[in-house]
Each structure stands twice: as structure tokens, then as C-alpha cells.
Design a protein. Structure first.
Length: 137
């Protein structure tokens, strides 16, 4: 049996264009939804990490009878406190989902003991939507 490769036909230019148009339409419909899901997941991760910080700060306070001066005190006994029972964060200080450091303020605003926050995707205070700040309160 002899195969004849010269008589095989490929896709026509029209068929390729139709496939490309269909793929483009799918990307236009699905793409924004996927980006919105990704941004929402990053914000949810930041909220969850802030919640972990709050629990860890409470553990630190139970041991030392005060909140730390900085988040680094959760990892190292910088103050030389004899009641320190850390490290309270075993894997070190996490970064926020955008690769920035979490911010810690002691005392916090409006009479709170502390505030923990992330500046969001832009890494700057303020912003809207994905760039808005995520705050512990």
C-alpha cells in the first residue's frame, strides 16, 4: 500500500479565521471573570492572613502582658522579654499577596490596641477596588 501525502488537504484560511474568532470571543467573555476571581482571592488571602496575625498577637499578649512594638517581635525576642514564648509565627513574617510587607501600628486608631493592614495591590495608602487597603478592623 502506497501513501500519497501530496493529496492531503489542510485547513483553509477561512476555517482558521473562524476558529480564531471563536477563541477571541471566549477569551473576551471568560477573561474578565477570571481576573475578578483572582483579585478576589488575593483580597481574601490578605484578610485571612490578617486574622492569623490577630490571633498570634493575642497569644503574644497573653504571654508577655502587652502587644509587641513591631511584627518582627512575633518572630524574634527583640525586647529581651523573659516571658516571650515564641516564635509565634513559625515560618517568619508573611508578605501580603502582592509581595508587600503588612503594616502594624501600635496603638491603633480610634482607641484600638493595634491596627494591621495591607495597602492592597498598589502598595500605597488608599485606592479603590483591588488597590484599596485591607484593614484588621
Amino acid at each position: 500500500m502506497k501513501l500519497n501525502f501530496y493529496n492531503q488537504q489542510g485547513f483553509s484560511l477561512m476555517e482558521l479565521l473562524i476558529v480564531m474568532v471563536i477563541l477571541g470571543m471566549l477569551a473576551a467573555v471568560v477573561g474578565p471573570t477570571l481576573w475578578k476571581q483572582l483579585f478576589g482571592a488575593q483580597r481574601d488571602t490578605a484578610k485571612h492572613q490578617i486574622s492569623i496575625f490577630e490571633t498570634t498577637l493575642d497569644s503574644y499578649r497573653l504571654d508577655t502582658h502587652k502587644y509587641p512594638n513591631s511584627l518582627e517581635d512575633l518572630v524574634k525576642n527583640n525586647a529581651g522579654n523573659s516571658k516571650w514564648d515564641g516564635p509565634y509565627l513559625k515560618k517568619g513574617l508573611p508578605k501580603d499577596p502582592w509581595g508587600n510587607d503588612y503594616q502594624y501600628r501600635k496603638p491603633g486608631q480610634d482607641g484600638r490596641d493595634y491596627d494591621i493592614f495591607s495597602f492592597g495591590a498598589d502598595g500605597q495608602q488608599g485606592g479603590e477596588e483591588n488597590d484599596s487597603d485591607i484593614i484588621s478592623w
